[in-house]
Ligand binder design. Structure first.
Ligand code: AMP
Length: 368
């Protein structure tokens, strides 16, 4: 059995590691000339662009099942792979979640709560939308946005024009700012026959728009938790989804749950599952994509995941420090370039009295 993965980043790496443990071969098509995280981990890495036809033929010829590890892959590539080998999740599900305006329209169509929004294609439309959704709103480009990229907050009407220029006049979505109590995420897997398993909810904190900590289980009311779980499973059904779906939510001050965005793949906020659940999110993705039975999502104990970004990781200094922390499990992604705030790895803290206290104290030690 060979699993093909489009994309060669850390999510592909962790999927390959679980596949190898379970005797499933992997072929990664990175779409780029380098794919460090998957080198030496995948059985084969095809380092060619996503529009290289020969690369596509080779990939399709070698794999029995195909999936993605990130959503920004050309639609044409996704559709062609889908036609030849099948693709899980489907090209259509990926198309919806790779594009904010399609995603928002899908949510609206199915009556799923999300932040108030308007699709904007010109400065005039942005001005009209801001008048309705302001005074605090967030402008987000429709395509290629993640970790706060392609986003600008607007707090006064004088900033509208500059905001439009900063997204270079590309089709965008304006969202009303949500004064949230916290952010949470749900991960649901849907299998070949529509069977579903959901992981415990994670409560997420961000630093510079990038995920910093995930605390599990999320500290929200059982009503909010139930609502988030119902929305996530409903989305998976409505999309006729197969694979792992991540859904991020805002929980507003009255406990209401609003979808922020979806990701058609394993998610950074699900890394805790690698040490804290019976089945990891990567194993679950593999099971769903390859048509195997889904695994137990039982939580073995409270857990916290701390992301290691470029500004807080020095291999010579930090390894011993991290491993000296009780219940710390270190995961590194094999990236050579540690510049800026690249995601270089994460630490899962498990067991003991307060994994959160240990995570916060470790973070303090690691930050310069
Ligand atoms: P995103 O890339 O859309 O997930 O946005 C990154 C982060 O920006 C989110 O996790 C929130 O912390 C913040 N954010 C995005 N949109 C909104 C919004 N409409 N209201 C409040 N905060 C937001």
């Amino acid at each position: 059995m060979t699993l093909g993965i489009l994309g060669g980043g850390q999510l592909a790496r962790m999927l390959c590691l679980d596949a190898r443990r379970m005797g499933v071969k992997t072929v990664v098509w990175s779409g780029t000339a380098t794919a460090e995280p998957t080198e030496g981990v995948a059985d084969q890495v095809i380092k060619k662009s996503f529009d290289d036809e020969l690369a596509r033929e080779e990939f399709c010829h070698k794999v029995d099942f195909a999936t993605v590890e990130f959503e920004n892959i050309p639609q044409e590539t996704l559709c062609k792979v889908e036609e030849v080998v099948g693709l899980h999740p489907s090209a259509e599900s990926i198309a919806i979640s790779q594009h904010r305006s399609r995603e928002k329209s899908f949510l609206r169509e199915h009556g799923i709560p999300c932040a108030p929004f308007a699709l904007v294609n010109s400065l005039e439309e942005l001005e009209a939308a801001y008048a309705e959704l302001g005074p605090v709103a967030v402008l987000k480009t429709a395509a290629f946005g993640y970790d706060g990229k392609g986003q600008v907050k607007i707090t006064a009407s004088e900033q509208v024009e500059a905001a439009w220029h900063s997204v270079q006049g590309t089709p965008s979505v304006l969202e009303g700012f949500v004064d949230f109590q916290c952010e949470i995420s749900a991960l649901v897997a849907r299998g070949k026959r529509g069977d579903m398993r959901i992981f415990p909810l994670a409560e997420n904190e961000h630093r510079h728009h990038i995920l910093d900590l995930s605390i599990v289980p999320a500290r929200v009311s059982s009503t909010s938790a139930k609502e988030a779980e119902q929305i996530a499973t409903r989305l998976a059904e409505k999309l006729d989804y197969r694979g792992l779906l991540a859904v991020e939510f805002f929980v507003d001050k009255s406990g209401g749950v609003l979808v922020n965005e979806m990701a058609p793949r394993p998610h950074n906020s699900g890394h805790f599952t690698m040490n804290a659940c019976v089945t990891s999110q990567f194993e679950q993705q593999l099971r769903a994509v390859c048509g195997l039975p889904l695994g137990s999502t039982e939580l073995l104990g409270e857990s916290v995941m701390l992301n290691l970004l470029g500004d807080m990781w020095n291999p010579d200094l930090n390894r011993a420090e991290i491993l000296a922390t009780e219940g710390a499990k270190l995961h590194l992604y094999g990236k050579q370039d540690a510049s800026g705030r690249r995601k270089l790895g994460h630490v899962n803290l498990i067991g003991g009295d307060s994994p959160e206290a240990r995570a916060r104290s470790l973070k303090k030690k690691l930050l310069p």
